[in-house]
Ligand binder design. Sequence first.
Ligand code: G
Ligand code: MN
Length: 374
Amino acid sequence: MTLLLLADPALWAAKVATEAGALGIAAPPPLTDAGDALLRLAGSTPVSHLLVQPDSLGCLRDSLIEMTAGAVDCPARLIVLGDPGNIFAIPGAIHADDAPGWLGRAMGVPAPPDDPVGLDDAELLDALAAGGLRASYQPIVRVGNGQAVGLEALARLRHPQRGMLAPALFVPHAEASGLGWMLFRLLTAIVLRDWNAQAMARLGLPVGLNIAVDDILRPDLPGWLSAQCAAAAMPPSMLVLEMTETQPVQDAAALRMAVGRLGALGFTVMIDDVGPGLRDPAGLLDLDFTGMKIDRLLVNAAVRDVDARRLLVRLLDRARQAGLTTVAEGVEDAATWDHVRALGFDLVQGFHASRPLPAAAVATWHHAWASSRA
Ligand code: G
Ligand code: MN
């Protein structure tokens, strides 16, 4: 149980310490501000509960509510201190009462059940119609010096009863029933809007979108993407397509043409989720991809396991020979970071740098991360 306290210490520190003490939990030292809370939630050490006084949330209010709306990006739940009246009601949060024992009661409120059942077409369309599709942005940083060099947009879907859902619960089904291209276009529109409305354009951070092989092969993709970027005043070089080989590539010549065409228009195309399951590393790496992202399971296995490390080193060598930028995914701690740096990776992504963030929180993370490394 790791608690955080974001509230006026004069009002809350002693009360919270008494309640925590009765539960045998260490009293959380008050955070300095909402930015501090955001960084703690974004870090790899899991936080169980964030205790907040609503007026301490400041301009990060929506981001902190979104990050705690479901366990997809971070496990923390929000406990709202003080007056449980309607004015400060935060949807999805736990509102503490003020009778002795309130902390134990608030922490005892069960989380929504983690239902592994995916959405069918009708449920997906309902959630989309309700405006539930959004993107979380996970920073990608240079392993040598920690510089932030980009973001990956990860699809999330807010479900009216089940909270925020991970893509595994709706993307595979959508793709199987022919809704994958629609979902890709909707998410692209959200990312382009976020890129301009939030700080990403100003920070000059390219953003990655996941795309299925079927969609990368579509003849209308390059024109559609170019038009969208032009309308959003986003240079194509700021858009990275991350292609996952979920189906074996049937037509390597067609894929070569498609990747070449996107590259000629200025888009970056990476090969994503590379791991033991990749069917034909040599064949794919001969195409005009600009980078290769190694799956987090392989990255973490390689820390402990000799065979996994051998495979990883072989893939890295091939990628380097092909001139590809290499990204290690799922780097959760300093030891793994050091390991992938020693292996020669260019970039890393994972909880050690940051968990996926709401768009409105990227600038706060970027500023704090840069200052902590200065
Ligand atoms: O398995 P796959 O690579 O598809 O998982 C992607 C998901 O993994 C993302 O939705 C993201 O939330 C999560 N993720 C990102 N970085 C890390 C990390 O460092 N550790 C773990 N366990 N999950 C991560
Ligand atoms: Mn990806």
